[in-house]
Design a protein around this ligand. Sequence first.
Ligand SMILES: [Zn+2]
Length: 195
Amino acid sequence: MVEIANQIYQNGLTPGKSGNISTKIRCNGNYQVLISSTGVSLKNISLEDVIVIDDKGNQVEGHGKPSSEVNMHLEIYKKRREVSGIVHTHSPYATGFSFSGEKIPHLEGFGKIKKYYLNEVDYATPGSMELAKIASNGLENEDMLILKNHGVLAIGTDLNEAALLAEFVENSAKTSFITLILIREPIPAHLKHSR
Ligand SMILES: [Zn+2]
């Protein structure tokens, strides 16, 4: 988990102290959720910054507090039983789209999902139970989600899958951004190569 957190940071998906990740593990017939703690950058997170929460939402291990988005993670695990990894980022391109009226088109690599745009849900205050509900409902039939005016959620059967998907969402947003610029801003005639 620490290694994947570092990788997500290195890939520029969670600048500063933004973003949070979690993974679900089986434990005596129930499950526990390991989540990054609040106020720690994924750049230099260590095992001590990982908080363990039981399936009833109680903190059972770890110093400090879990990420402020802990309820969002827990609600998603309740809704999607097969999911064992969640990555939440404020990655710049995808988040930029979330603040604009533009949507991110589905590009290659999204498997069976056929919708034209990445799914987006309405804004709710970060850290609120309202956001936890909106996000978990939005992921009922999707593996990725744009949170309006906020950021990105990606889920997977393990944390690595979720991290790769978050990276792919950001890359799609970046490609879409470049495409939009190229379409809207034709190269001025005087700058084109003369033949
Ligand atoms: Zn956030």
